[in-house]
Ligand binder design. Structure first.
Ligand SMILES: Cc1cc2nc3c(=O)[nH]c(=O)nc-3n(C[C@H](O)[C@H](O)[C@H](O)COP(=O)(O)OP(=O)(O)OC[C@H]3O[C@@H](n4cnc5c(N)ncnc54)[C@H](O)[C@@H]3O)c2cc1C
Length: 1008
């Protein structure tokens, strides 16, 4: 049973993107210590730092290595890239390429001899890397680059590869406790661990498939049993005994807000079962904290399991709370309420948070009204201190577990903690050892978070740790850097936060202000219920309304509309810009209405609908900005003295805009707003399938102030209305998005007209490929493939049609792809949990079914999503993938969720690019590779308008990824790009001989 939402939970919800200054103000008082206490904290922290620095000098090890190659150096970043990819690359040739690629770029020599560390010294690189090649050291003592080159020359690339792999494993081992839980438990008995408790973490990231989730579940079960059997003398309570950390994302392939129903039904029982097992062995369980949009879901899961009757009376079930999130104090408040309701303590692990950079990036991409995390390090620290105080002051509700490597944070917790109150510190294995050797000597308990797993599983974790160690704001980085004064390392974050002129970091603009020259479109995340609930409620209210009908126009109407348009008075550019900006605001204000219409008329899912609303608003603001920049005043041109020369851009006359059904709002508004921004009246013909959305868009544009005679909507069939518009002599230009065949027909019709030759801007389809070499991360590839091929039921011109996989990585990618496709849900697009809605109409469905039947005969079916029985007979088509033997199997764009997969041998990659080019299309292309040389090869060869590297290949952002192709895919210029408006305009120059009236006065006046 779900418990009612209580006031603390309401507060938590309201704080998702809370204003940073407001959030900070509320916490400063709680975090601040009385002067006397603050002084003691400072002294204690200073002593700890000095002690750690003294010891570090003695053992120059991994820490100095990481500091030398920190992320402010190019070499540090390169090393991280090698570390991220090398161990997982299955084939030698690609591994060697990666090494060459990365090692050829850095200035490795400059690191040599700067540090006493054995690891930094080039000679011992050899030792670190191979343990065998010591004899090479002498020749290379002063020159790492030369050493590597010589090593490669002498021993050959395979040796360097083996050496580097070995080096990476060493680096990895720094952060891993053991390859198996048995190894890790054994190691915990060693002297270096004697003073510590442990929480074991079974490495591996999110599950993509049901099979992954099963595997992780089994690994957790096995680990719990092993930990339970591991006896520790004197450890009487669950707090003292070793425990386990669990990642919810590893236990369910769809652990996400949109799938809440499924998650509560399927994931809760799994967590429950693990928790009960753990209780039987008295093994403490902590749920790790993950991305911000999963916070509430994780709290719901936690509450369900914590409150279950099977766990009554047991205090071994806890969770992590991230202080960098603005909601963290309210999470603590809410947890205290749960603990008191259930009458037992919760183990709360307070961390600062490990995903800060990705939270910031995501918020910017999503156009959120703020950030879910703080934007200054000091603010995160203040939040941590305030949250720590809340935990410490609620001993009836919490067993506090303070996870930090920061000496100031540690010293503050010690200062605040009442004598005798049980608590513990926590640190990550391989980090903060020196600090905690000292802190445990002071008598405080500390638990080590101990990752367990193979090297391949550890890569994402390793990268997070390298980021943490390498970030120059991070405490572990600063404590190791003796050039930073101790006083600065232990500076009081409360004072630091207060001394900042603004609470928020001015270097990180709010997502809305990202672009500087225009406002970013507003978005929200569905997981932010305070923002999404009102929108979803509005969408639901629209869903029950009867749809109106829009009558088709006749060819005579088309001619009349052009007649009216040709006489329209178009406002000057600044006014047009203001109108378009108002239109953008109105589109956003009507977002729910548009999303509802998009779902009903075009079968678009809610996230797709939101994306489209945002894109439409972006188009309006972007073209408004360009209109002001290029159309508001003439450009002065330089020429001989005594003459003035100006270039002016003016509208051409009535523009016909013909838009498709697959982006019935965004492309419709994009074309119309561009034509209008450039000073033209517009006659717009929407797709036959989506006139209602177009009509709603026109309503909004007129309300924003587009003059009535400057915008006419002409719904109707292309063959009649479209043809009439295109052939009319008053049409001064055509912007078209749709099929290549229709573009050709329009082109011919325009060519057949007498009179002026007019511009034709066409954006058509593509046969888009993604090329994946074996350095790519299979999970990331699959996430991007699913989004690129199956989002919007594959009905995007940018959608992925051909996935080309290097043969060594193909089996793994195909395996995950099959599992992930099986997790997709088809259904009503107006439901948040629907991934794939219907295709647009019966004809589209028929084409897809025909092609699928052909593929069933000629290719190998790899996977297919399940189509629920209830959807049979509708317009649904289950996403699927086929393996094809060669590119000849597909020659034209099939507009829907059918993916073709082709394997290739590594050396053939350039030939694959040529073969894709030879198809004649040139819209989008994707590459997944960690090797820059490979990416550069593809970039140089690819005939594609939009090339995406290591990401999905859909959802081009206006002004950021201007969109449009070449060859059979379109004429350009690119929509949403800086050159687009020029094609809609005439250019006029205006030359005045200023010397005509009696001489060149200005020249004479300026002479010496
Ligand atoms: C036992 C243990 C368990 C952990 N479990 C989790 C977990 O479940 N989930 C999780 O996310 N992390 C987890 N972590 C990782 C943890 O978040 C980091 O190790 C931690 O943030 C480092 O904090 P610190 O006090 O050691 O370092 P500090 O250097 O004092 O602080 C680093 C923190 O400041 C943040 N920061 C840096 N720059 C800025 C900025 N400009 N604005 C705002 N904040 C900034 C960083 O993102 C980071 O959170 C765990 C750590 C430990 C020790």
């Amino acid at each position: 049973m779900d418990h009612p939402v209580t006031p603390p939970r309401e507060r938590l919800r309201a704080a998702y993107l809370r204003d940073e200054s407001e959030a900070l103000d509320a916490l400063i008082g709680e975090a601040r210590l009385p002067a006397e206490s603050a002084r003691r904290v400072q002294d204690r922290a200073r002593a700890l730092v000095e002690e750690v620095r003294t010891r570090q000098k003695a053992v120059a090890g991994m820490q100095s290595f990481l500091r030398e190659y920190d992320l402010s150096s190019q070499e540090g970043v390169l090393l991280m890239c090698v570390a991220e990819a090398l161990l997982r690359i299955p084939d030698a040739a690609t591994a060697d390429k990666l090494i060459r690629d990365k090692l050829s770029q850095g200035d490795w020599e400059r690191h040599v001899g700067r540090n006493n560390s054995l690891l930094v010294n080039a000679g011992t690189w050899g030792m670190m890397l191979t343990g065998k090649l010591v004899s090479l050291d002498a020749v290379s003592a002063g020159n790492a680059g030369a050493w590597l080159a010589r090593l490669a020359a002498r021993a050959g690339e395979p040796v360097v590869r083996v050496a580097l792999r070995q080096g990476m494993k060493l680096m990895a081992e720094q952060f891993v406790m053991g390859r198996t839980i048995g190894d890790a438990l054994e190691r915990s008995r060693s002297a270096e661990h004697a003073a510590y408790r442990h929480s074991y973490d079974m490495l591996g990231e999110a599950a993509f498939t049901a099979a992954d989730a099963e595997r992780y579940f089994a690994a957790y079960e096995h680990a719990i049993d092993a930990i339970a059997a591991h006896r520790i003398e004197g450890a009487s309570s669950v707090f003292q005994r070793p425990g386990i950390s669990i990642k919810l994302s590893a236990l369910h392939p769809r652990y996400e807000y949109a799938q809440r129903g499924r998650v509560m039904d399927e994931l809760v029982p799994r967590v429950q079962s693990l928790a009960e097992r753990a209780r039987r062995g008295d093994v403490g369980v902590t749920l790790d904290a993950e991305e911000a949009d999963r916070l509430e879901l994780s709290l719901d899961i936690f509450e369900r399991v914590f409150a279950s009757s099977a766990l009554q009376g047991w205090e071994g079930f806890g969770l992590a709370v991230q202080a960098y999130q603005k909601r963290s104090p309210f999470a603590i408040e809410w947890l205290a309420e749960i603990a008191r309701r259930e009458r037992r303590r919760i183990m709360v692990r307070l961390v600062k948070g490990a995903y800060w950079d990705s939270e910031v990036k995501r918020a910017q991409m999503q156009g959120l009204s703020g950030y879910p995390v703080y934007t200054r390090k000091a603010n995160t620290d203040v939040s941590y201190l305030a949250c720590a105080r809340r935990i410490i002051e609620a001993p009836d509700a919490f067993y506090g577990q303070f996870a930090t490597h920061n000496a100031h944070t540690v010293a503050t917790v010690i200062e605040r903690m009442p004598a005798g109150q049980p608590f513990e510190f926590q640190r990550l294995h391989g980090m903060g050892d020196d600090l905690y050797d000292e802190v445990t000597r002071m008598g405080h308990a500390c638990r080590v978070y101990a990752p367990v797993g193979s090297h391949e599983d550890l890569l994402p974790y390793l990268v997070r740790r390298l980021l943490e160690n390498g970030a120059n704001t991070s405490f572990v980085n600063r404590i190791a850097d003796s050039t930073i004064a101790v006083e600065s390392v232990v500076a009081d974050p409360v004072a630091a936060a207060q001394s900042n002129a603004t609470a928020a970091n001015p270097k990180i603009p709010l997502p809305r202000d990202l672009y500087g020259d225009r406002v970013n479109s507003a978005g929200f995340v569905f997981a932010d219920e305070a923002a999404s609930s009102p929108v979803l409620a509005k969408i639901a209210s629209f869903a029950s309304r009867t749809l109106e009908r829009v009558a088709d126009a006749a060819p005579a109407d088309a001619h009349r509309a052009l007649e009216v348009a040709s006489r329209a008075r178009i406002p000057p550019a600044p006014e047009r810009a203001r109108i378009l900006e108002r239109a953008a605001d109105l589109i956003e204000a009507n977002g729910a209405r548009f999303m509802a219409l998009l779902a009903r008329e075009a079968g678009k899912t809610l996230p797709d609908g939101l994306g489209e609303v945002r894109e439409a608003a972006d188009f309006c603001r972007y073209y408004a900005m360009l209109a002001r920049r290029h159309f508001a005043q003439p450009e002065e041109l330089t020429g001989p003295t005594g003459e003035s020369n100006r270039l002016e851009l003016v509208g051409r006359g009535p523009f016909v805009c013909i838009s498709p059904w697959n982006f019935p709002l965004a492309i419709f508004v994009g074309q119309v707003s561009a034509a209008f921004a450039a000073g033209n009246p517009v006659v717009a013909k929407p797709a036959e399938q989506t006139p209602l959305i177009a009509s709603a868009a026109v309503e909004v544009l007129l309300e924003a102030g587009v003059p009535r005679d400057a915008l006419a909507l002409m719904p109707g069939p292309g063959e009649t209305v479209g043809a009439a518009l295109v052939s009319d002599p008053r049409t001064a230009g055509v912007a078209f998005t749709g099929s290549t065949a229709t573009a050709r027909a329009i082109n011919r019709a325009l060519a057949a007209r007498d009179g002026p030759i007019v511009p034709f801007i066409a954006e058509t389809g593509g046969l888009n490929a993604m090329l994946v070499d074996s350095s790519a991360l299979p999970e990331q590839v699959v996430a991007d493939v699913i989004a690129s091929a199956f989002n919007s039921a594959g009905q995007r011109c940018s959608a992925l049609r051909i996935l080309c996989l290097q043969e060594e990585i193909a089996p793994r990618v195909i395996d995950i792809l099959a599992g992930a496709t099986a997790e997709l849900r088809l259904g009503d697009p107006a439901r948040l949990d629907t991934d794939v809605g219907p295709v647009i109409d019966a004809q589209a469905l028929h084409i897809l079914e025909e092609h699928a039947a052909k593929m069933d005969r000629e290719a190998k079916l790899i996977c297919k999503a399940t189509q629920p029985h209830a959807l049979k007979g509708g317009l649904f088509f289950a996403p699927r993938a086929y393996e094809i033997a060669g590119l000849e199997a597909i020659d034209r764009e099939i507009f829907g969720p059918i993916l073709h997969v082709l394997r290739f041998a590594g050396p053939d990659l350039p030939a694959v690019v040529d073969a894709v080019n030879a198809k004649g299309y040139g819209l989008t292309m994707g590459v997944h590779s960690r090797i820059e040389e490979t990416v550069e090869m593809v970039r140089a060869k690819a005939c594609a308008g939009n090339l995406y590297v290591n990401r999905n290949m859909i959802g081009a952002t206006v002004g950021v990824q201007p969109f449009g192709g070449e060859g059979l895919s379109g004429t350009g210029p690119k929509a949403g790009g800086p050159h687009y408006l020029f094609r809609f305009a005439n250019e006029r120059t205006f030359t005045v001989n200023t010397a005509a009236a009696g001489g060149n006065a200005s020249l004479i006046a300026g002479s010496e």
